[in-house]
Write a protein that binds this ligand. Structure first.
Ligand SMILES: [Zn+2]
Length: 408
């Protein structure tokens, strides 16, 4: 599936009946477009990093918060200075948008959803966003500011008829592939209500375990991909720093990463769509809680990315289709609690997959029991009318708590 909704559009969905939805396509730039884009990405990165430095300095040196307005004015001055005059060679819109993304990154930080923003690097994925005053769209062709030719887009699925484009984001990933993500406003019809509810435990061994006993994933390709990636990474590490072969090896690692991300996103889209279609309420543990089980392994790092992507898909699809997603964001003994009688074990080692309750004798699969508990506590939370705001994760991993989590 090609759709993906970028995280920064998530907050818009409660505002109007219309929903914002992103359609993502691959495109092949001409040499000239590559040059223009490379320059634009560079300027966006420069502005983002410059503004991050300004904000951080203002805060540490003067305990003052800088906002978009302040930085936007400073940017206008910056473009007039001789040493940064090259900033005025690219469209000004993506630069303004870079400031907006930084604002969003800080908001996410202050509301506990993300770490403190970090500097953008040339090696990572590059992006630039154009709002509607910086592109032309005639229902067939998309022309960006400063370009002479429209983008050569592979329309893998049609845009809805009469779509009104609100913004266009160009990305170049680490494997040097170009994508255009088109954000449009559209009416999305809610799904007919159903009585089904489900709890999902994001597993360590399998991708997701559901409260009705279904075990989903890990697909075999996850494992195969990881082995391939580990091999490519070892190969990369052996090459001499700064050599051409090292750069080649780095590109290879990036291509495998990109492929893993694509396959997992596709898998996760299918699963999240199915769960949203089949259930009225979906209960999951928030990742902040889940992540307290720290594991330095590569596979775990990839799982974390896939899980957070899966959770955000559930979030925006629930909003589109009128479903409820309950994120349990407080510490709750989902694995150690017997679903049948409520008995709570003193500890349960991570490698124990099955256990028998000493109180009532019920035999449990670790993850299915956890998923049932998650569903039960999730339904209680919604019944009590406690608001469960999408994206709000209150429980931050703290060192004091982590030791307690390790036995869950
Ligand atoms: Zn029991």
């Amino acid at each position: 599936m090609d759709t993906s909704l970028d995280i920064y559009t998530l907050t818009d969905y409660h505002v109007t009946m219309k929903q914002k939805r992103a359609y993502k396509y691959r495109f092949y730039p001409t040499d000239e477009q590559k040059l223009i884009l490379a320059r634009t990405f560079g300027c966006c990165r420069y502005i983002y990093n410059w503004a991050l430095r300004q904000k951080t300095d203002a805060y540490y040196q003067e305990q003052r918060r800088l906002y978009y307005k302040d930085l936007s004015e400073a940017l206008t001055q910056l473009k007039k200075r001789e040493e940064t005059i090259w900033l005025s060679e690219v469209s000004s819109v993506p630069l303004q948008q870079a400031l907006r993304y930084l604002d969003r990154a800080f908001l996410n930080f202050f509301e506990g959803r993300a770490e403190y923003p970090t500097f953008k690097k040339k090696r990572n994925q590059q992006s630039a966003t154009y709002t509607d005053n910086a592109f032309k769209w005639d229902a067939h062709k998309l022309l960006l500011a400063k370009m002479d030719e429209p983008l050569n887009i592979v329309w893998s699925r049609p845009l809805p008829d009469g779509a009104k484009l609100s913004s266009v984001t160009i990305t170049k990933d680490c494997a040097d592939r170009y994508f255009v993500s088109i954000l449009i406003e559209e009416d999305i019809e809610e799904l007919p209500t159903t009585r089904s509810t489900i709890g999902a435990d994001l597993g360590l061994k399998s991708f997701v375990v559901l409260s009705d006993g279904q075990v989903v994933g890990n697909p075999k390709f996850f494992h195969q991909d990881e082995k391939k990636l580990a091999r490519a990474q070892r190969n990369h590490a052996k090459k001499q720093r700064g050599s051409r072969n090292r750069n080649k090896a780095r590109k290879k690692v990036a291509r495998i990463h990109a492929r893993i991300a694509d396959r997992r996103r596709d898998f996760s889209h299918k699963l999240s769509t199915r769960l949203i279609r089949e259930n009225q309420t979906i209960c999951i543990e928030s990742l902040a809680v889940k992540n307290m089980v720290k594991n330095p392994h590569l596979s775990k790092a990839i799982s974390n990315v896939s899980w957070s992507e899966f959770v955000s898909q559930l979030e925006y699809k629930a909003a589109w289709y009128g479903r409820t997603l309950v994120k349990i964001d407080k510490w709750y003994p989902s694995s150690k609690r017997c679903f049948e009688c409520g008995h709570i074990l003193a500890s349960l080692a991570l490698d124990i997959r099955e256990w028998t309750c000493p109180e009532c004798g019920a035999h449990h699969d670790r993850d299915i029991n956890a998923a049932k508990n998650i569903l039960a506590v999730g339904l209680t939370v919604t019944a009590c009318g406690e608001s469960v705001r999408p994206g709000a994760v209150k429980a931050k991993p703290g060192t004091a708590r982590r030791s307690r989590k390790a036995s869950r």
